[in-house]
Design a protein around this ligand. Structure first.
Ligand SMILES: [Zn+2]
Length: 139
């Protein structure tokens, strides 16, 4: 099979990188995350989000609700991008095991203490840090 055909068969080559999208959004991103990929969330995940979640970040990848993707990559959602860039840096800093374990432990502890989902979620230190970054650097 010719190389071009093989490449065409790779289903998830990255079409949108954080670096150029950050520039379009007027957002500062660490150099280490410039090559991270922004891609549409798979349909099953977007259905699970049920319109309540706009994006999710995994190591090196930001998954965006498909109906928001065009706006995000055109620079129209800087707060969302700032939030997810913080999560990219957290994954990188802590590594996948520590990030996931700490994130889930904080959430589960809050839930076991009787907090409702929204409160428990917003109380996770990783989320507090990402939310604080949404507004951008203060002038
Ligand atoms: Zn978040």
């Amino acid at each position: 099979m010719p190389v071009a055909d093989q490449e065409a068969n790779i289903p998830d080559r990255c079409r949108h990188r954080v670096g150029p999208v950050a520039v379009a959004s007027g957002v500062t991103a660490p150099d280490a995350d410039a090559h991270a990929c922004i891609r549409p969330a798979p349909p099953w995940l977007a259905r699970l989000w049920n319109g309540r979640i706009s994006a999710m970040t995994l190591p090196g990848t930001i998954l965006v609700r498909p109906d928001l993707l065009a706006d995000v990559v055109a620079g129209g959602r800087p707060a969302l991008l700032r939030h997810e860039i913080v999560h990219l840096a957290q994954w990188r800093r802590d590594g996948p095991f520590r990030f996931l374990a700490s994130y889930l432990l904080q959430y589960a502890s809050a839930r076991m203490a009787g907090m409702p989902h929204d409160v428990a979620y917003r109380g996770i230190s990783y989320e507090r840090q990402a939310v604080a970054a949404e507004a951008g650097p203060s002038a």
